[in-house]
Write a protein of this length. Structure first.
Length: 309
C-alpha cells in the first residue's frame, strides 16, 4: 500500500497465521525470520498473552492470535479504502474492491461484472472470494470484504442490504427431458426422475431437506456436489433434473440450453438474493459502483428470465 499505514506487527502476525510458521512467513514477505519472531514476542509480552501455539510442525493462532488477525484484516481493509478515497479526491477512479459471492454466480452476473469493469472502469481492481452465505456474512462483519452477494444472507447487526429480490424455486432440466414439455411442475411430478443436487452442506439443499425431507428420502440424487458448474454440466446431458432457484442457471436458461419449471407446491418459501455492505464502514466509490452494478444487472437478468419462462 502506498501510504504504508499497515503496522508491521499486524502484517507479521497475519503472515504467520496464514503460512503456518515464522520461516514460511519470512519467505513470503522477504523479511528476516528473526525480525518477525521478535515483533511477535514483543506483542505477546505487551498483551501478556500468547498469540500462537508453538507446535512441533509450525504455529497455530490462539484465541488472542485470531483476534489480532481479524484486527489486521480490518486495518488492511480500512487502509485500502482510505487510499481509494484519496485517489477519488484526486479525480482518479481507482481502487481495489473486495467482494464475496457464491459459486452459483460465477458464470453469470460475476462474469458480466468482470467484463463491465474491464470495459468501463479498467483502473478498478476486483478481489473475489467464493463462499457460502454464512461465510459471506462473517467476512462482511469482520471487514475483510466491502460487498457481499449471497442467497438467504444471514442478517447480522451492522449489515445493510442495498438490494434484495425473492427468487422462484423450480425444477431445471434440459429441453429434451420428459418434464420439459410442462409450463410448471410439482415435487410429486418430479418424484421418480433421476436427480442431481447440491451437497447437503449448501443452503438450497438444507432448506429442501428441512421442509420437504420426504422428497430426497425417496429420490436419492445420482450426483451431489458443492460445485454448481459440475451439476449444470450433468443437466446438459439431458437425463437428470435439479431442484433449485432460477438464478443458479440464468446463462443457460437465457440461451435455451436448460429449461426452468416453477414449482407450484404449497409451503415453498422463495429464497432471497441480496447485495449487502457493512453500515459501520464508509463505502468507497469503486465499491459502490460494483454493488450498484450487481444489483441492477441481477435484477435485469431475473426480469428477462421471468418474461421468457
Amino acid at each position: 500500500m502506498k501510504l504504508h499505514l499497515f503496522p508491521r506487527q499486524l502484517l507479521y502476525v497475519e503472515a504467520v497465521a496464514e503460512h503456518g510458521s515464522v520461516q514460511a512467513a519470512s519467505r513470503a514477505l522477504g523479511i528476516a525470520a528473526s525480525a518477525i519472531d521478535r515483533h511477535i514476542k514483543t506483542l505477546e509480552e505487551a498483551n501478556r498473552a500468547p498469540l500462537f501455539e508453538r507446535l512441533p510442525r509450525g504455529m497455530r493462532p490462539t484465541a488472542a492470535g485470531e483476534a489480532v488477525v481479524v484486527m489486521a484484516r480490518r486495518w488492511r481493509s480500512d487502509a485500502e479504502r482510505l487510499e481509494a478515497e484519496l485517489q477519488e479526491m484526486r479525480g482518479q477512479e481507482r481502487g481495489n474492491v473486495r467482494l464475496v459471492a457464491m459459486d452459483s454466480l460465477a458464470n453469470g452476473v460475476l462474469e458480466d461484472l468482470h467484463c463491465w469493469l474491464r470495459a468501463e472502469h479498467p483502473q478498478i481492481r476486483l478481489t473475489l472470494n467464493i463462499a457460502t452465505p454464512a461465510a459471506a456474512a462473517r467476512e462482511l462483519d469482520e471487514g475483510t470484504v466491502e460487498v457481499a452477494m449471497a442467497f438467504n444472507l444471514p442478517r447480522l447487526r451492522h449489515q445493510h442490504v442495498l438490494w434484495s429480490e425473492k427468487l422462484r424455486f423450480g425444477c431445471i432440466v434440459a429441453p429434451e427431458h420428459p418434464l420439459a414439455a410442462e409450463a410448471e411442475t410439482t415435487l410429486a411430478k418430479v418424484n421418480g426422475h433421476a436427480l442431481v443436487s447440491q451437497s447437503a452442506l449448501l443452503p438450497m439443499r438444507q432448506y429442501m431437506e428441512a421442509r420437504h425431507a420426504w422428497f430426497f428420502a425417496e429420490n436419492t440424487p445420482v450426483l451431489a456436489s458443492n460445485s454448481l458448474q459440475v451439476l449444470k454440466r450433468a443437466l446438459l446431458q439431458g437425463d437428470v433434473a435439479m431442484i433449485t432457484s432460477e438464478l443458479d442457471a440464468l446463462p443457460e436458461l437465457r440461451d435455451g440450453r436448460l429449461v426452468f419449471l416453477p414449482l407450484r407446491d404449497k409451503g415453498l418459501v422463495p429464497p432471497t438474493i441480496a447485495v449487502a455492505i457493512d453500515a459501520r464502514r464508509p463505502l468507497s466509490r469503486a465499491a459502490r459502483l460494483v454493488a450498484e452494478y450487481l444489483s441492477d444487472r441481477t435484477q435485469a437478468l431475473l426480469s428477462e428470465a421471468q418474461d421468457h419462462p
